[in-house]
Write a protein that binds this ligand. Structure first.
Ligand code: 9MR
Length: 358
């Protein structure tokens, strides 16, 4: 029988799958979870994308659909269909799910400014958390309860970011959110998640200190918090400021508080790299490998998630557009779902990682 040309791409994906297990298997062997942020409605509508998730990931996090605005577009009206779809997808493909995120100052309720005030903010926040975390009770591996609440540049002594929540409820909104999330889903590992903590610069050092101070104060008050989420949005050019021992010392301090650590939003911006694809892919892969090798020396690191799986769908396409206009190449799979040097780099790191208990 002569195969039609159109059948070949399909066969090559099949061959690739047969030959080489997905990252989820390499991660599992090391006692780790590997996964990625999933876009909606792409996961429902793009079968190749869905197949790539099933093949590569044993944990998935919705990129946007569980944030405050998307999930509660009007007061008391919740839109769960996209996240429900993802939860079913996870169950079908034997993967865990993370929730992102119950409290953030971005992608807020569109009705926030007209409805919420100092008198009702606590009630709205509590109801939101109880409803959203309650919906997935028992089904979430972990929840980003509060996202990006630290920002020393805002000038507060405690390093907290000045957000509408802080202004309406004071710094106690963080503790309140964790307590509500715990009562809504006692099995989920409750996580504080933040960015801008990767490099050896004075600004990031100040932020690391402020994050540690927040985590310590939550633990001291017996707040139910179980993990710290290190977003790890990296950038090839900025990576010259990376020092493995600084990262490891920070992780040691976080772990000494009894917290697990998840790498939650890893990607590597390629804006300042030349267009040549082989050169660019190698440079990006080196950043993945260097960063993850350092991170996984810390036994408290239990999960690695990239912020997207394929260059076809990544927030960096809009946010870090390349000067020449060529498409970004920042994630483990290319736009045709083929594995890139970054994928190989992650595989090597998982193979070499000191084994840990899952
Ligand atoms: O990837 C997300 C993008 O689609 C949204 O437009 C954006 C809104 O601010 O949020 C992006 O995800 C962010 C995540 O929720 C929190 N950490 C930073 C991520 C990248 O901006």
């Amino acid at each position: 029988m002569v195969l039609q040309a159109a059948a070949w791409p399909c066969l090559s994906v099949l061959a690739q799958t047969r030959q080489e297990p997905g990252l989820r298997e390499y991660a599992a062997k090391a006692g780790l979870l590997y996964g990625a942020a999933a876009a909606w409605p792409v996961l429902r509508d793009d079968a190749d994308y869905a197949a790539a998730f099933a093949r590569e990931c044993n944990i998935l996090v919705p990129e946007n659909v569980l944030k405050m605005g998307p999930v509660q577009p009007s007061p008391g009206v919740f839109r769960f269909e996209p996240a429900d779809f993802m939860a079913d997808f996870c169950r079908q493909h034997n993967m865990r799910m993370r929730g992102h995120t119950l409290v953030w100052h971005t992608q807020m309720w569109p009705w926030f400014k007209t409805e919420v005030n100092a008198g009702n903010a606590k009630k709205y926040l509590e109801e939101h958390i109880l409803t959203v975390a309650g919906r997935y009770r028992g089904r979430m591996h972990s929840w980003d309860v509060v996202n990006e609440a630290v920002h020393p540049r805002d000038g507060r002594e405690d390093g907290l970011r000045v957000t509408p929540w802080l202004e309406l409820l004071g710094p106690g909104y963080i503790e309140l959110a964790f307590r509500m999330a715990h009562s809504a889903d006692p099995d989920a590992r409750l996580t504080y998640n933040d960015y801008g903590l990767d490099y050896d610069t004075p600004e990031q050092e100040a932020k690391r200190r402020a994050v540690l101070r927040l985590l310590r104060s939550l633990k001291e008050r017996d707040v139910p918090i179980h993990a710290f989420g290190m977003q790890a949005h990296l950038d090839w050019a900025a990576f010259r400021n990376f020092k493995a021992d600084i990262l490891q010392a920070f992780f040691r301090e976080v772990a000494s508080l009894g917290l697990e650590i998840y790498i939650t939003e890893l990607d590597v911006a390629d804006r300042e790299l030349p267009d040549d694809i082989a050169e660019r892919d190698e440079a990006i892969a080196r950043v993945y490998e260097t960063y993850l090798t350092a991170a996984l020396q810390e036994p408290a690191v239990k999960a690695v998630l990239t912020w997207g799986l394929t260059d076809k769908y990544t927030w960096l396409a809009g946010r870090q557009r390349r000067p020449s206009g060529t498409p970004v190449r920042v994630l483990p799979l290319d736009r045709d779902f083929q594995r890139k040097p970054a994928w190989q780099a992650i595989r090597r790191v998982f193979l070499a990682a000191p084994p840990r208990k899952a």
